[in-house]
Design a protein around this ligand. Structure first.
Ligand code: BG6
Ligand code: MG
Length: 213
């Protein structure tokens, strides 16, 4: 086999939480008087931490916010976001993701999550994947977000594998950069398929089965 493990980003790869993130940040932006938060701004938030995502909105505001106020704003957004996540269920796992994960596992690959999200466990539980992965590295375990490779290196460490033995799957530019910086090959879905440096552009997540073997 070409790789011994696959490390998946969560948001935008395993599940489509992007719309919830966008709607929750949009609501928060409006509450602080930022009325022009757009989908293009939301694209810049892909893959980066909650606090860095907040900074992308605050750049559009004339107001100054203290660190305490920023923490409170991020918490406010997270409450809105989590109320949206509460409706998620195993039905929100797409058939292509489900069948690909099962096929890779059956072929003996170790499977892990490497996500910036501090809601990773909550989301995996909602999707019925609470016990599925061999390792989960998330936003609660790291001090530097993507494009720093820390979360992927943590996942590889939890798997007891070297980066070159693992393939990372990402939808974000920051995520592809993080993977490459850590010494991993990177497969890109969605917009990340066309980033320079992406080792394998995917047209469907199911392409992974042929790549990984
Ligand atoms: C990433 C998302 O997976 O997680 C980002 O792509 C998000 O948009 C980040 O900001 C942090 O998520 P959370 O759930 O900890 O707020
Ligand atoms: Mg993502």
């Amino acid at each position: 086999m070409k790789y011994r493990a696959i490390i998946f980003d969560l948001d935008g790869v395993i599940c489509s939480t992007d719309e919830y993130h966008y709607a929750a940040w949009k609501q928060l932006a409006k509450a602080i008087g930022v009325t022009d938060f757009s989908r293009a701004d939301s694209e810049l938030q892909r893959g980066v931490s909650r606090m860095e995502s907040l900074e992308i909105i605050l750049r559009k505001s004339d107001r100054h916010f203290t660190d305490e106020e920023k923490v409170a704003l991020a918490e406010q957004k997270n409450q809105i976001y989590k109320s949206m996540l509460a409706t998620m269920s195993p039905k929100d796992l797409s058939e292509s993701v489900r069948s690909t994960l099962n096929a890779l596992k059956e072929r003996g690959l170790k499977l892990a999550i490497g996500s910036s999200s501090k809601n990773t466990s909550f989301i995996l539980e909602r999707l019925g994947l609470g016990d599925f992965f061999d390792a989960v590295a998330d936003g609660n375990m790291i001090s530097r977000g993507k494009p720093d490779p820390e979360v992927f290196l943590k996942a590889a460490e939890l798997l007891h594998l070297e980066p070159r033995e693992c393939l990372v799957v990402e939808d974000a530019h920051a995520g592809i950069q993080a993977a490459l910086a850590g010494g991993f090959d990177a497969a890109g879905v969605g917009g990340a398929a066309s980033y320079s440096g992406t080792t394998y552009p995917l047209t469907s997540i199911s392409d992974l089965v042929a790549i990984a073997l």
